[in-house]
Design a protein around this ligand. Structure first.
Ligand code: SF4
Ligand code: SF4
Length: 347
């Protein structure tokens, strides 16, 4: 890791240069809600001023730029009693600016599945390798609990990370590409005063967290509480809409569809994002549903996040962004469900 300091005006010049040369995605103000709160989304931008790097939250993370809602995996052409498979990657170099630490950490968890897992996805790998990722620190929202999961700091998975130290950014450079790109602008080695400001900023951000979720020993607690009434209590409220999974930066459950043209000459295989909360997720051929109850569907989503992934990858898959809690119309959120489980075990 190499550290540099860049003034905000020079950073603007740096990012503007990247925007001129590459497809660039950044946080954009797109609307406001009924209470007048701003709505931000990661969108393609054509100039630095289109972005708002001080955005509060983006309801959707950047996951969908790596795992689109629907994507073609392959195409088949049948002719003369033979068939041919075509696999295409439509990936061009691109830049994503202003990504929060927890969302970068979410990507490194997805890397474990789609790059380093038993069945790597060439589509995901192509997108990941062709994206230059610039992260940026921020003040947590009142309901963020990424600090409880140790996901408020980022160690890898990005090219460049900016820590706001007033008139400049303290840059963490994590790739040779970032180092070389930065040669085109003015940066300096951090001095003692920059280091002091960096440490102060880190301490300040840590103190800003308002929500704590106790996750110590959570996998064991979930095993103990497998039959708990807590699952029914929250499961009964669930609408099975799947919104939690759609906004979650780490939910990756999907289905694979094969669409065959009526003339039987061509077919397409597509990956479609899905959610384990949706009624037919565990339905198999013949109509049997392995999880017909709402409480089971809710329970298994929580088990995947806080128990199953921890067993396989030695870490929980949740990064504590609470997007699922904000999106849920039934008022279900990880903090309340986990607190209920803890109370149950202490009774
Ligand atoms: S968003 Fe809420 S209501 Fe919808 S599936 Fe998820 S937990 Fe259930
Ligand atoms: S808080 Fe919710 S949306 Fe965020 S990573 Fe955890 S499960 Fe996913």
């Amino acid at each position: 890791m190499i550290y540099k300091v860049i003034t905000k005006s020079e950073f603007r010049k740096f990012v503007s240069g990247l925007i001129r040369e590459n497809q660039t995605i950044g946080p954009k103000l797109v609307d406001s809600d009924r209470e007048g709160n701003p709505i931000y989304q990661f969108k393609e931008v054509n100039s630095f001023d289109e972005m708002d790097l001080d955005y509060t939250q983006a309801d959707y993370s950047i996951k969908n730029f790596y795992l689109p809602f629907r994507e073609e995996l392959s195409r088949f052409d049948y002719s003369n009693s033979d068939w041919e498979q075509n696999i295409e990657y439509h990936v061009h170099p691109r830049v994503i600016v202003g990504v929060r630490a927890c969302d970068i950490n979410a990507l490194t968890k997805l890397d474990k599945i789609f790059m380093k897992g038993n069945f790597p996805s060439p589509h995901y790998i192509a997108r990941r390798k062709n994206t230059f990722l610039i992260g940026m620190d921020h003040e947590p929202l009142d309901d963020c609990f990424c600090k409880s999961l140790n996901q408020d700091v980022v160690r890898h998975g990005f090219n460049l990370y900016c820590t706001d130290i007033g008139k400049s950014y303290y840059l963490t450079i994590n790739s040779s590409k970032a180092f070389n790109f930065l040669r085109n602008v003015k940066t300096s080695d951090p001095g003692k005063e920059d280091d002091r400001k960096y440490i102060e900023r880190r301490k300040y951000l840590k103190k800003k967290f308002r929500t704590h979720v106790e996750v110590t020993g959570l996998p064991a607690l979930m095993d103990i509480e497998f039959q708990s009434d807590v699952w029914k209590k929250w499961g009964d409220k669930c609408l099975n809409c799947g919104s939690c999974a759609m906004v979650c930066p780490t939910c990756y459950c999907h289905g694979v569809e094969e669409n065959i043209e009526v003339n039987l000459k061509r077919s397409r295989k597509e990956r479609v994002q899905y959610s384990c909360s949706i009624v037919d997720f565990a339905e198999v051929a013949g109509g049997h549903n392995f999880r017909p109850l709402k409480e089971d569907r809710l329970k298994y989503r929580f088990y995947h996040h806080y128990r199953g992934f921890a067993e396989n990858a030695d870490e929980q898959i949740c990064v504590g962004c609470n997007r699922c809690g904000r999106a849920c119309l039934a008022g279900i959120n990880p903090r309340d469900v986990i607190n209920d489980l803890r109370m149950e075990s202490e009774e």
